[in-house]
Design a protein around this ligand. Structure first.
Ligand code: GRF
Length: 214
């Protein structure tokens, strides 16, 4: 077991299959991060059950109980801090994160999106890709900023669209890619191997400084 794992907080809104991928990877002794807390903006989602089953602190915070989005995100931030979180992972979190979180976690909020951004932003990326008729779509893992599905791209992977796909079959292929890449992005961050330069994110070689020609 690594002596000092970095602590991540995972925000979810749904089934939490990406949370599960993180739970599984984080359980490996040499994985450089662990999950400190899971927070959902929706009640009774399966992601909270997964967190509970993994013995992780987990909370549902109800937006209705707060006067504003800022107040809501301040409450989330308080919970993240209470659990020593250093990196916030938006794993199927269907809300925009606001200033309180972004300011408390500069360059340390990662979002996952089921398309090759900037194509098909929004809540129905797979359906939109099918409707458009693209032959490939994919996944994007990126640093989050104050706009939906923006922010510097860390990892993208292409996912083919098959001609008999419906939303369910395409989403299944997309999820497989997400489950492989989200833990890897967290690992890169935890190892200090991500460097943001404007809109570009450089992945530093292991245990080395970035070479200018990489
Ligand atoms: C993922 O496809 C993610 O890209 C999108 O919401 C989905 C969440 O799935 N934002 P899950 O809750 O991790 O199963």
């Amino acid at each position: 077991m690594l002596k000092s794992k970095r602590v991540i907080g995972v925000l979810i809104s749904g089934s939490g299959s990406n949370l599960q991928a993180l739970i599984d990877e984080c359980s490996a002794p040499l994985f450089p991060a662990r999950i400190g807390v899971v927070i959902s903006n929706r009640s009774h989602v399966f992601g909270l059950v997964r967190a509970e089953q993994a013995g992780l602190p987990n909370y549902w915070l109800d937006r209705q109980e707060f006067d504003s989005n800022e107040a809501y995100d301040t409450a989330i931030c308080d919970k993240l801090r209470e659990h020593g979180v250093e990196l916030v992972v938006l794993a199927g979190y269907m809300r925009l994160v606001r200033r309180p979180i972004l300011e408390a976690y500069p360059d340390a909020v990662i979002n996952l999106h089921p398309s090759l951004l900037p194509s098909f932003p929004g809540a129905h990326a797979a359906r939109d890709a099918l409707d458009y008729g693209v032959k490939v779509t994919g996944i994007t893992i990126h640093f989050a900023d104050a706009e939906f599905d923006m922010g510097p791209v860390i990892i993208q992977e292409v996912v083919p669209v098959h001609q008999n796909d419906d939303e369910e079959t395409l989403l299944e292929r997309i999820h497989n890619a997400e489950h492989r890449h989200l833990p890897y992005a967290v690992k890169l961050w935890a190892m200090g191997r991500l460097r943001i330069e404007g809109r570009r994110v450089k992945i530093l070689p292991k245990g080395d400084k970035v070479r200018e020609d990489t």
